[in-house]
Write a protein that binds this ligand. Structure first.
Ligand code: HEM
Ligand code: CA
Length: 344
């Protein structure tokens, strides 16, 4: 039964749209939603939805609490793309920036807003994901971020955590953000095998990334090892050196393990950390809450498991205070992982 307060919320019909909104100021975002879903994100948890999330991080993390640089989540990665897209850590982001820019220009939105809107919609296209907050109204970026703000997979854990701390994130928040690698694949680490996923379910926002990174690494999916890559446990899967180390470092291994069989916790902590990331460097009092425009994600169909052919004996226990959960093994021959199909 709807609560009494829900019953009296008035919705306005949005002009030129099939949608209604609680806040009329959010109406224009429904047009962006329909355009993005139809023409870029395809309402699916595919390459373009994944990339839309990655660019949120690479734009926003250009921010420092201690040094005078970086406007944070301000769209500088598009506005000053001539500078930022040349940085090695942003390899492949040029495509995403180029994809999103025309949607912003066509709908009269800033680059900071389009990046964070597309990221939230892209995440919502992935079953199991939380519905992220979306605040609108970021002003245009005024300067590029300098090189060196985006962590690289070959950096040590202390170096990455120091960079994240300088942007205001704790180790626990770093790990929560890395739930993103549950819906992710690499094009640039090994360019001979584009679309190589980090877990066996790149189309689902599930906990498999936190399980599979704890398994003993055995092989490289393509012509590896490449810089930032270590052996993975499954044929066709790629493991980043940073994810491998986060799963094993004393500073983070217990948090990593805590997500392995706890989808609700992982989703909640990811949403909280993304809420912070998406407004880094912004004055939230000047932004309007248009979260109502973000679609409600479907439930994941995956329950935490060991991939076929793997058991608890293949786990490299790292957390010193709790044992890795015992999970069911999927039946069938040893699991292999297919690439994420390219989207134009
Ligand atoms: C320690 C920090 C991180 C490192 C070292 C890292 C590194 C990487 C690398 C090397 C790739 C593959 C890029 C390619 O070869 O195409 C990647 C993909 C990706 N990353 Fe991260 N990442 C980090 C944190 C994050 C965070 C915080 C987010 C989002 C909140 C994120 C979201 C993604 C996504 C969604 C992809 C897949 C993109 C696609 O499939 O198109 N990453 N990351
Ligand atoms: Ca997954």
């Amino acid at each position: 039964m709807p609560s009494p307060s829900a019953a009296i919320v008035k919705r306005v019909a949005c002009p030129n749209s099939k949608h209604t909104a609680v806040n009329a100021a959010c109406c224009s975002w429904f047009n962006v939603l329909d355009d993005l879903q139809e023409n870029l994100l395809l309402s699916e948890c595919g390459e373009n939805s994944h990339s839309a999330l990655r660019i949120v991080f690479h734009d926003a993390i250009g921010f420092s609490l201690t040094k005078d640089f970086g406007g944070g989540a301000d769209g500088s990665i598009i506005k000053f793309g001539d500078t930022e897209l040349e940085f090695a850590a942003n390899a492949g982001i040029d495509e995403t920036a180029g994809d999103l820019q025309p949607f912003a220009d066509k709908h009269g939105k800033t680059y900071g807003d389009i990046i964070n809107f597309a990221g939230a919609v892209g995440v919502a296209n992935c079953p199991g994901a939380p519905r992220l907050q979306f605040l609108a109204g970021r002003p245009n970026a005024t300067a590029p971020a300098p090189d060196g703000t985006v962590p690289e997979p070959f950096q040590t854990i202390p170096v990455i955590l120091a960079r994240m701390a300088d942007a205001g994130f704790s180790p626990a928040e770093m790990i929560a953000l890395l739930a993103s690698h549950s819906i992710a694949a690499a094009d640039e680490v090994d360019t001979t095998i584009p679309g190589t996923p980090f877990d066996s379910s790149a189309d689902q926002f599930d906990t498999q990334i936190f399980i599979e990174t704890q398994l003993r690494g055995l092989t490289f999916p393509g012509t590896g090892p490449h810089q930032g890559e270590v052996a993975s446990p499954l044929v066709g899967e790629m493991r980043l050196q940073s994810d491998h180390n986060f799963a094993r470092d004393d500073a983070t291994s217990c948090i990593w393990q805590s997500f392995a069989d706890n989808q609700p916790l992982m989703a909640k902590e990811f949403a909280a950390a993304m809420k912070k990331l998406s407004v880094l460097g912004q004055d939230v009092n000047k932004l309007i809450d248009c979260s109502e425009v973000i679609p409600i994600p479907k439930k994941s169909t995956v329950t935490p498991h060991f991939p076929a052919g793997k058991t608890h004996a293949d786990i490299e226990q790292a957390c010193a205070t709790a044992t890795f959960p015992d999970l069911p093994t999927l039946p069938g021959p040893a699991q292999t992982v297919a690439p994420v199909p390219p989207e134009s």
